[in-house]
Structures are given as structure tokens and as C-alpha cells.
Design a protein around this ligand. Structure first.
Ligand code: AMP
Ligand code: MG
Length: 345
């Protein structure tokens, strides 16, 4: 992957420890090369106010790295010397957060004298989704706080069939929720708070619906939803409902077109927003219409986590892919379609 060096394929026995740190979550997961997940520890940074501050999140990650790592090894009943390779999220993500995880991973690999594998975060979401649901070759909608894209495997890589041109779906819901004064109550994500209110919405308000070719834009929708709330003609529940209906229809539309074009037989929904039941039901309806199977990744593995990095790292390592420490710099805008995935051929 990326600067990776490829040697001969490696035996399928061993353990990969993965470090995730692209944004607000610091996670450590350990997987066996056969796909068994031994542990998936996480500690999330919760901003006191506003969105994620990259340097504050990175400081959080540095503070909790030691305890999350120890927890993961204890839960997996493994010693550091049992680990075969160390994988880490090399990008895309927030610079300070990525660099903190990379530093932890490099230190571990160097100290233990074992290989390092730089992993593309988006590929990791797809691969753990396939592992957990049994999907083999799906059209994937990956919708999270920082990413929104529809991908499918074609000619050696996960190709991007459509993506957001501005903000991510989760970010759109989060910014709206904060504008409406909603809070992360008892760890409930802001997107989930919008989902609960939307259930009580009765009036459908017409808002901007922006699909351009296979891509979509959410910033105009967000601005219009916030303006509607400010105007006060409709309830918060109505605006939440209308915001969700518009945003989810847009991502569902491009997912459906990718499915029709590729003629794949499976849809995979992943990323933090995958927890949303309304989004799930829209994609399920599309899958049914195209006689495809709908798969949704369990929440613990759909949101950012270390196990997905460990699994994508194991898949790459078994193909002989490693990342020399001196070339393991992070890539803030590392696109999924820049990376070969030889284990899919
Ligand atoms: P991630 O970036 O993958 O860690 O996921 C975090 C994003 O998922 C945030 O934007 C959350 O608001 C969003 N999210 C979590 N649960 C839900 C839900 N039930 N409905 C909509 N969005 C959600
Ligand atoms: Mg997150």
C-alpha cells in the first residue's frame, strides 16, 4: 500500500495489531490472520464544545495510547512478542491525529523488530465490513463523520463511483445538531439524536437536493436546514426528518446507480452513519429492487476502530506488503482508489 514494499506472500498464521487514529477515536485491535478478531479497544475524544479540534484530539490520543494498548493485549491474552506485524491508519484523516497513531505504531514495530504496514482507512472500513457480514464483492456506501463515498472493486482497486463534493454525511448531521443545541447525551452520537427526533417529524419541508452526476453536495442542504430552524415555521422534529430524507435519498440515489452500473449482487453499508435505521431501510429497498443482498456492518465495526486496521493490515501483510519505517509518513488525503488490493484478484 502506498510506499509499501512487496515481498513474497507470507504464511497465513500470525497476529496483526492495528492502530486507528484518523479523527476522534483512538483504537487498538488485534486479529488473527485467519480473520478472528481477538480484541477491539477504543477511547474516544469528546470535545467540550464544538467539533473535533485536531490538536486536542491528538493530545487525547497520546494520553490514552498506553492504556488502550495494554487493554487490547490483556483482552487478547497476548504478549507483545506474540504479535507478527503492526498496522496503522496512514490516511486519510486529520494530520495531528494520524501522526500520533503513526508514532505509536512505528515505536512498537521498531522496539519489537517486526514489520510495519501502513493501511488506507477507507479500505479498512470495506474489508472489516466484508469480514463481519460475509459480503464478497459489494457496492459499498461508506458514510461517516469525515467521509461519504460509494465504492466498488474494479481492475485491481476499490474505485470511487460517487462521493461528496464538500462535507461528509455524518458531519452534516453533527453540525446541524450542534446548531440546534443538541448534545452528546450519555455517549449518544449527534447523528443518533437527529435520528430520534426525525422519527417524530410530520411535515416534509422541501430543501436543496444536490446530486451532480454521480457526486453529491451537502453543504447547501445543511445551510438551508439551519435557516429553516432559525425561521421557526417548522418544529425541530420536522427539520430533522426533512434533512434526513433529503441527505439519505441523495446517497441512496448514487448507490443505486453504482449498483445498476456494476451489476454487483451486494450492497454494504458502513461508517458511523450506518447505524441509522432510516438510511438502512432506504438501501434495503434498493437492494431488493435489484435482487441484491443488503448488508450493514455492526456498529462497533462500522465506526472507526482498531480491528479494521489490523484486518486490512493482515490482508496486505499476507500478500507480502510492508511499509519501511523511514517511508511511513502519513497521507492526509490518501484516496481509496490510489491503492491496489491484490488480495481481491
Ligand atoms: P465515524 O466517523 O465512523 O467514527 O462515525 C461518526 C459519525 O456517525 C458521526 O457523524 C455521528 O453523528 C454519526 N452517527 C452515529 N450514529 C448515527 C445514527 N444513528 N444516525 C446518523 N448518524 C450517526
Ligand atoms: Mg470517529
Amino acid at each position: 500500500m502506498g510506499n509499501a514494499q512487496k515481498t513474497l506472500p507470507i504464511a497465513d498464521k500470525g497476529y496483526c495489531l492495528g492502530v486507528e487514529s484518523t479523527a476522534d477515536d483512538f483504537g487498538v485491535g488485534i486479529v488473527k490472520f485467519d480473520g478472528e478478531i481477538l480484541t477491539n479497544s477504543v477511547d474516544s475524544y469528546i470535545p467540550v464544545e464544538g467539533g473535533i479540534h485536531p490538536r486536542e484530539a491528538a493530545r487525547h490520543h497520546a494520553e490514552v495510547a498506553d492504556s488502550v494498548l495494554c487493554e487490547a493485549l490483556t483482552e487478547a491474552k497476548l504478549k507483545p512478542k506474540d504479535i507478527t506485524c503492526i498496522a496503522f491508519s496512514m490516511g486519510p484523516g486529520l494530520g495531528p491525529c494520524l501522526r500520533t497513531g503513526a508514532t505509536v505504531a512505528r515505536a512498537l514495530a521498531t522496539y519489537l523488530q517486526i514489520p510495519l504496514v501502513g493501511v488506507n482507512h477507507s479500505i479498512a472500513h470495506i474489508e472489516i465490513g466484508k469480514l463481519k457480514t460475509g459480503a464478497v464483492d459489494p457496492v459499498t456506501l461508506y458514510a461517516s463523520g469525515g467521509n461519504t463515498m460509494v465504492t466498488a472493486f474494479e481492475s485491481k482497486r476499490y474505485r470511487v463511483f460517487g462521493e461528496t463534493l464538500d462535507i461528509a454525511l455524518g458531519n452534516c448531521l453533527d453540525v446541524f445538531a450542534r446548531h440546534a443545541g443538541l448534545k452528546n447525551k450519555r455517549g449518544l452520537p449527534l447523528g443518533a439524536a437527529v435520528e430520534q427526533l426525525a422519527l417524530k417529524g410530520k411535515n416534509f419541508i422541501s430543501l436543496p437536493y444536490v446530486v451532480k452526476g454521480m457526486d453529491l453536495s451537502l453543504s447547501g442542504l445543511l445551510t438551508a436546514a439551519m435557516a429553516q430552524l432559525q425561521k421557526g415555521s417548522y418544529s425541530l422534529e420536522d427539520v430533522c426528518y426533512s434533512l434526513q430524507e433529503h441527505a439519505f435519498s441523495m446517497v441512496a440515489e448514487i448507490t443505486e446507480r453504482a449498483l445498476a452500473h456494476t451489476e454487483k449482487r451486494e450492497i454494504l453499508l458502513t461508517g458511523g452513519v450506518a447505524a441509522n435505521k432510516r438510511l438502512q431501510s432506504m438501501l434495503e429497498a434498493i437492494a431488493q429492487e435489484h435482487e441484491a443482498v443488503f448488508n450493514v456492518v455492526p456498529q462497533r465495526f462500522a465506526t472507526d476502530n482498531g480491528a479494521m486496521i489490523a484486518w486490512a493490515g493482515a490482508l496486505a501483510y499476507m500478500q507480502g506488503i510492508v511499509t519501511p519505517v523511514e517511508e511511513s509518513y502519513v497521507k492526509l488525503r490518501w484516496r481509496v482508489d490510489r491503492v491496489d488490493v491484490p488480495w481481491m484478484n
